[in-house]
Design a protein around this ligand. Structure first.
Ligand SMILES: [Zn+2]
Length: 653
């Protein structure tokens, strides 16, 4: 993994650091930095490095823009340090900064992020930065030189890199410092320094220490790196351009303190698509919302599996989420099986919330969202019932989180097309399926045993029935979804059937009608194609059987039982069981007849003769013993679309 590679060459104690300004609800994108640093920290720990991970809350920064959820009174606090602004009404936060960051820090706990949190207000007020502030102010000429050389920003010779909290109006964003005598700074609170706040015009002289003011953020970086001995700190790619803030801060650290800047880990953006999430509450997806949507391991996996230099394009679309969960689950299953590669093991260590928290049997997101939408299902006990081993505590915990996640997605992000509803009646759309899809459903209904099967047994049963139809698997599953959910896709077919009542399924599938003639037209092959198939499977055919079918069509207008036959077909079905135990149906079209006055008994006779010849030839050519499975079946397709056994029709005459 990228984090392992990154720390390979490092030696000595390591201090990993990241930070965030709490100027509003924290966007999910900020979690990428948090988790990238956490992954690096964990990689260091796994190598037994002496490592710490600290996370700074930049709450001494001024409020320089209104948060998306701002209340009108906040306008008056523009320019004030975030930690000095009251919390909104009904908030449990001690102040505005605390209000916004608490929600974010809760997510840290849920994700098992091992960072030590510090708040810049405490750092400044405790005097920890006093030394750095003194040195930086004394060497302000170096800062001005770096600004000019690295980022082309020209500051007047009187400019000093510091901002005082105005003693008169309390703003920090509006003050400019113009002198430092080693003890105090001279400052002015300027009405026009920034566009977003108006200074009161006060001029004064005050100590820059112990929380009376702060360094501009690029110099704050320098003070942090110097004071805390930070060795690794990544930054979003927007800070990492040539001549950008990272370069400026690095050059200042070298110039002022003669120290090497920490290892940078530039990281790309985390982008969110899915209109609902990117526009929610006007702030884009918050970290809190993302943590509500995804269980912690999945969120860690999402943020960490992509190397930092690649953009993560997250989406709340169903397909995206199913894929994300499934990829994660394959990893977890590899871990459980004991067959995980070294790489997989490392990834598991990086995504677990706490040791072994990924040791559970995952239940797929697709299945859970489906189950939540099916009526009368107590999901937890259902899952428990059908698990061979008893559910472990970890299994139950993970299932609970996944259910919350699936519910949250259904409530907040699922589109109308995503929603599943078990259809109480056979959907009309089943009529638009192909004849073979409908024939497949009919066969499924007639083959289903009365007793309930397990998920895997149902899945095999579907595959078996598809081969016997024959129909390709995709069309088979699609037909099932259509008949049950009125959708062309859905959760794993075997799982879906396993959660529904068998009598219901038999009734539903048996209701599906189809044209035998149309079905044969779609599926019957020529004798040559049949031989080709046998050649292709020659060594593996274990048993062979056959049956004959003849179906005649009654033209509209003629009454049942009359001789109004307008045409029909005769087919030979071969049932070939291979050495893998799977049986295949090959349907060979032998006769086609049409026209009024067709002599059905002659057609039947001819079919039997023709089939007999072919069967003898096949038996000789391929050394097959082909047994008769049942005697010839004669059906008639009536003008109303129903299909009846000919014997029944004759009997009812
Ligand atoms: Zn002021």
């Amino acid at each position: 993994m990228w984090n392992e590679k990154l720390v390979e060459k490092l030696s000595g104690p390591q201090v990993v650091n990241d930070s965030k300004t709490p100027s509003g609800r924290v966007h999910v994108g900020s979690l990428r930095g948090v988790l990238i640093h956490d992954a690096i920290y964990r990689a260091l720990l796994s190598r037994n490095s002496d490592a710490t991970y600290s996370y700074g809350i930049d709450d001494f920064d001024p409020l320089d823009g209104l948060p998306a959820d701002a209340q009108p009174w906040m306008r008056d606090y523009m320019g004030h340090p975030l930690c000095n602004i009251p919390a909104p009404e009904h908030s449990s936060g001690t102040d505005l900064a605390d209000h916004y960051i608490s929600e974010f820090l809760d997510v840290f706990t849920e994700l098992g992020v091992g960072a030590e949190i510090y708040r810049m207000r405490d750092v400044y007020r405790s005097g920890r930065f006093n030394e750095a502030i003194d040195v930086i102010l004394s060497k302000a000429d170096i800062v001005r030189k770096v600004y000019a050389e690295v980022s082309n920003a020209i500051r007047p010779p009187s400019w000093l890199p510091f901002q005082v909290v105005c003693e008169q109006c309390g703003k920090i964003g509006t003050t400019e410092v113009t002198g430092y005598d080693g003890k105090e700074v001279t400052y002015e609170c300027k009405p026009d320094l920034v566009s977003w706040a108006v200074g009161c015009g006060h001029r004064g002289k005050v100590s820059p220490f112990d929380g009376n003011g702060k360094l501009p953020w690029k110099l704050e970086w320098v003070a942090k790196w110097h004071t805390f001995g930070i060795t690794i700190e990544g930054a979003g790619k927007d800070h990492c351009t040539k001549g950008g803030s990272r370069d400026v801060a690095g050059a200042c650290l070298r110039g002022i303190f003669g120290e090497r800047p920490p290892l940078n880990v530039p990281y790309e953006f985390f982008l969110v698509s899915g209109a609902k999430m990117s526009s929610s509450r006007g702030v884009g997806a918050s970290a809190r919302e993302m943590a509500d949507l995804l269980p912690p391991e999945i969120l860690r996996f999402l943020m960490i599996r992509t190397p930092p230099r690649k953009t993560v394009n997250f989406s709340t679309d169903f397909d995206y989420l199913v894929k994300l969960f499934n990829e994660h689950d394959r990893l977890v299953e590899a871990g459980l099986s004991g067959r995980a590669t070294e790489e997989q093991k490392k990834t598991l260590q990086t995504i677990e919330v706490n040791p072994r928290s990924t040791a559970y049997h995952p239940v797929g997101f697709q299945l859970l969202t489906a189950l939540l939408q099916l009526p009368h299902i107590d999901i937890e006990s259902e899952i428990e019932r059908r698990t061979t081993n008893e559910l472990t505590t970890a299994d139950k915990e993970s299932l609970g989180k996944r259910l919350e996640s699936a519910r949250y997605w259904l409530d907040n992000f699922a589109s109308e097309e995503d929603r599943l509803e078990l259809q109480m009646e056979l959907p009309e759309s089943v009529n638009r399926l192909s004849e073979s899809q409908r024939a497949f459903l009919g066969l499924l209904g007639s083959r289903l045993p009365r007793q309930q099967l397990t998920e895997d047994e149902y899945q095999r049963f579907i595959f078996d029935t598809a081969r016997l139809t024959p129909i390709d698997q995709k069309s088979a599953f699609q037909a099932i979804y259509q008949a049950l959910l009125d959708k062309h896709q859905g959760p794993k077919g075997g799982a879906l059937l396993s959660f529904l009542d068998n009598d219901f399924l038999i009734e539903r599938f048996s209701e599906v009608s189809y044209s035998v003639d149309g079905f044969w037209t779609e599926t019957a092959v020529t004798r040559d194609a049949c031989e080709e198939w046998i050649v292709g499977h020659r060594g593996s055919i274990e048993t062979a059987a056959f049956a004959l079918f003849i179906n005649s069509l009654t033209s509209a207008g003629s009454s049942p039982g009359s001789t109004g036959v307008s045409g029909g077909k005769g087919v030979l079905e071969l049932y070939l069981r291979l050495d893998d135990g799977k049986e295949h149906t090959i349907r060979v079209l032998l006769r086609e007849f049409e026209g009024e006055g067709v002599d059905l008994s002659k057609e039947t006779e001819d079919l039997e003769v023709q089939a007999g010849g072919i069967l003898r030839e096949l038996a000789e050519k391929f050394g097959l013993a082909i047994e008769e499975r049942e005697s010839i079946t004669e059906t008639r397709e009536l003008a109303d679309g129903s299909v009846r056994l000919l014997s029944e029709l004759v009997a009812s005459d």
